[in-house]
Design a protein around this ligand. Structure first.
Ligand code: ZN
Length: 312
């Protein structure tokens, strides 16, 4: 069967953090991303949901967090995202390595992964990140206060999933999301989509290893892009008929519309629409400044604001 869907790549990645202010400082000041939305977890409104991305939160640039104060650290294992990688200009690896040293951010010496220079680091909760040097394709990077445009992160490079075995997950990547295998290196199999942003999903099959344990620094789910509701519905139909995978009802996340399913390898996948985007409830120039609540929670704003921790 040929894929019915255009391969659009990743939409966003969502992870857990502990301290909200520390998370905000790291992603906006240290990594130079823009806070594009300050809202709450719609399923748990006493918890922030912070969205970081490029200047407008283009799909494929958006990393989001549920910060839960004093959350125990997670443990990466089977059925989880092991590493989340960002794209930076190829010539900027040295600049970033110097910056991480200067700021005391834990990191490793750059290595070559599938032929690309990769600088691995950890965020304050121990989340495994990487900066990958790529040919500049003219992305719309956000220019943060300390990161000049010439070195800025331009979005996701991709994610690496840790699995017991890769076959069933690989079939879904290819058949439902239109990814194609582009290479193998050790236990890693790399798949690519057509989109420049969030192009890669790498499957690392490690057999019997410990399962992941959710907690601060662990990824909750990854989301793939659907151009619109019709494209999402086509992916859902393909999942159910060809792969026997059931998905949730569509949920309105205010900035996109989503369905969720647990893929055969145990990773929580989401399919999120590109529309309506982050400017639906505040102007682009004001993104991230104020706490935005969906209509159903607006009546409880005072109570919600009282329980949320202060952000610097
Ligand atoms: Zn999501």
């Amino acid at each position: 069967m040929s894929p019915v869907i255009a391969a659009n790549g990743l939409h966003h990645v969502t992870a857990y953090a502990a301290d909200a202010a520390r998370n905000l400082d790291f992603y906006t000041r240290v990594l130079g991303l823009r806070l594009v939305k300050r809202t709450v977890n719609f399923d748990d409104p006493g918890t922030y949901h912070l969205y970081y991305g490029d200047g407008v939160g283009t799909p494929g640039t958006v990393l989001t967090f549920f910060p839960i104060a004093h959350a125990a650290p997670g443990r990466v294992g089977i059925g989880e995202t092991q590493e989340t990688a960002f794209r930076i200009p190829r010539g900027s690896i040295g600049w970033w390595a110097h910056r991480l040293v200067a700021l005391g951010v834990p990191h490793e010496a750059p290595v070559s992964v599938f032929g690309e220079t990769t600088l691995r680091l950890r965020d304050p909760d121990g989340m495994m990140l990487a900066l990958v040097g790529v040919e500049d394709e003219g992305g719309d990077a956000w220019t943060g206060a300390e990161v000049p445009a010439e070195h800025a992160i331009t979005g996701f490079h991709g994610v690496t999933l840790l699995l017991a075995e890769a076959d069933a997950t690989a079939r879904i990547l290819a058949d439902v999301f239109g990814y194609a295998e582009t290479g193998r290196e050790g236990s890693a199999i790399r798949f690519a989509a057509g989109a420049a942003l969030g192009r890669f999903v790498t499957l690392r099959a490690v057999g019997g290893f410990l399962r992941g344990r959710p907690g601060a620094g662990s990824v909750h789910h990854i989301a793939f892009r659907a151009a619109d509701d019709a494209a999402q519905a086509a992916m859902v139909a393909r999942l159910e008929t060809a792969h026997g995978v059931r998905v949730t009802e569509q949920r309105d996340r205010n900035y996109f519309r989503s369905v969720y399913f647990r893929e055969p390898g145990g990773v929580l996948f989401e399919i999120a629409t590109d529309a309506p985007g982050f400017a639906v409830d505040e102007p682009v120039e004001a993104l991230g400044h104020a706490l935005m609540l969906p209509p159903g929670l607006e009546a409880h704003r005072t109570r919600i604001e009282a329980v949320l921790p202060a952000l610097a």
